[in-house]
Design a protein around this ligand. Structure first.
Ligand code: SAM
Ligand code: SF4
Length: 341
């Protein structure tokens, strides 16, 4: 592993990133790759083409952008992708970012499919990562293999066990799919809560062309909750993370259950986040197409700070997701793996 230079200090900002609706951005989701070792049916098409390496921000560029955000008051960075743990120098990137913990950055975390976690869990814990999100849509090996197009459940379960053994707190993200896993949700919750793992259910969003019809995959979480109430006693909680989840406590398991409902219940009013793709495009909203090309700024010696200020003026009020008819084109052409979920 390359040893990163000592990070330059990121000063706490007196010029926070505030958009034209008064929302303050304190959370950056940083995609480090568009590649993945799985092909989840709702996320990617079977034959995805991936970007050449030269298009991606390198470790230096990623650190420079992260530092600029931290200097403007970003306190939380989530590394994502694609699958972040398949990027070859992921540990170098995480090492560099972890140098800002306690120096403006309060939390460094990541979202992963878990396949490479067994290999990386010890290093992540050593670098100061405290909790991670693992995306897992089924604990049934056949369903898992079908949804991921060939993934091996055992690999992810080993990764989760390794992460827990190194003290990493895990939250499971589960995209609910009408025909694939909707009927399995109670057993997934039961499985996770028995292992002290919180669960967040997510509605499938219309991002990018895939083989399946998204209308056919989508199920509103209000329906899922009504079904869950036949199995569990759910009590609404005040707990918020600053994110889009609404949380419930499951009396029978004692565990926490989150619902992310971008389609059936818009959550944009409290949005505190922006997303940077692995090619350095800053998306102000997951569900809109406007972006700021920070790679261009970086590679032409432009003023990154001014670019962030300008971009904030364009953060839209809300997304326009809608899955209201069969065969409808996706609301946003880029896949979630491109924007960074
Ligand atoms: N590969 C990592 C993983 O799966 O956790 C990180 C990237 S993935 C794009 C991030 C999250 O986006 C995952 O929880 C995944 O389930 C979710 N996701 C991908 N496409 C989605 C879609 N169309 N609608 C809703 N969630 C989606
Ligand atoms: Fe890969 Fe994550 Fe997309 Fe699944 S959801 S294909 S694991 S990037």
């Amino acid at each position: 592993m390359t040893v990163a230079a000592a990070p330059k200090p990121a000063l706490k900002s007196d010029a926070p990133l505030v958009d034209s609706f008064g929302r303050v951005v304190t959370y950056l989701r940083l995609s480090v790759t568009d590649r993945c070792d799985l092909r989840c049916t709702y996320c990617m098409s079977e034959k995805m083409t991936f970007l050449p390496k030269s298009d991606l921000l390198d470790a230096d560029e990623l650190e420079t952008v992260a530092r600029a955000f931290i200097a403007r008051g970003v306190t939380k960075i989530r590394v994502t992708g694609g699958e972040p743990l398949v990027r070859r120098n992921i540990l170098e990137i995480m090492t560099r970012l972890s140098g800002y913990l306690g120096k403006g950055l309060d939390e460094l975390t990541l979202t992963t499919n878990g396949t490479q976690l067994a290999k990386h869990a010890a290093d992540l814990a050593r670098l100061g990562v405290k909790r991670i999100n693992v995306s897992l849509d089924s604990v049934n090996p056949e369903t898992f293999s079908r949804v991921t197009r060939g993934g091996k459940l055992a690999q992810v379960l080993d990764g989760i066990a390794a992460a827990q053994s190194h003290g990493l707190k895990i939250k499971l993200n589960v995209v609910v799919l009408k025909h694939d896993n909707a009927a399995e949700i109670p057993s997934i919750i039961d499985w996770a809560h028995r292992r002290d793992i919180d669960v967040t259910l997510i509605e499938a969003m219309p991002l990018g062309e895939i083989e399946a019809d998204r209308f056919d995959q989508y199920v509103p979480l209000s329906e899922v909750r009504a079904n869950l109430e036949k199995h569990f006693t759910l009590t609404a909680e005040d707990y918020r993370t600053g994110g889009p989840s609404q949380y419930w406590r499951v009396a029978e398991t004692g565990g926490r259950l989150g619902f992310i409902t971008p389609l059936s219940n818009n959550f944009c009013a409290g949005c505190n986040r922006v997303r940077l793709t692995c090619t350095g495009k800053l998306f102000l909203c997951l569900g809109q197409n406007d972006d700021a090309d920070l790679r261009h700024v970086l590679r032409t010696g432009g003023n990154l700070d001014a670019a962030l200020t300008e971009a904030m003026t364009r953060k839209p009020k809300a997304h326009d997701f809608l899955i209201d008819a069969p065969g409808k084109a996706p609301a946003v052409a880029r896949h979630m793996s491109m924007t960074g979920g």
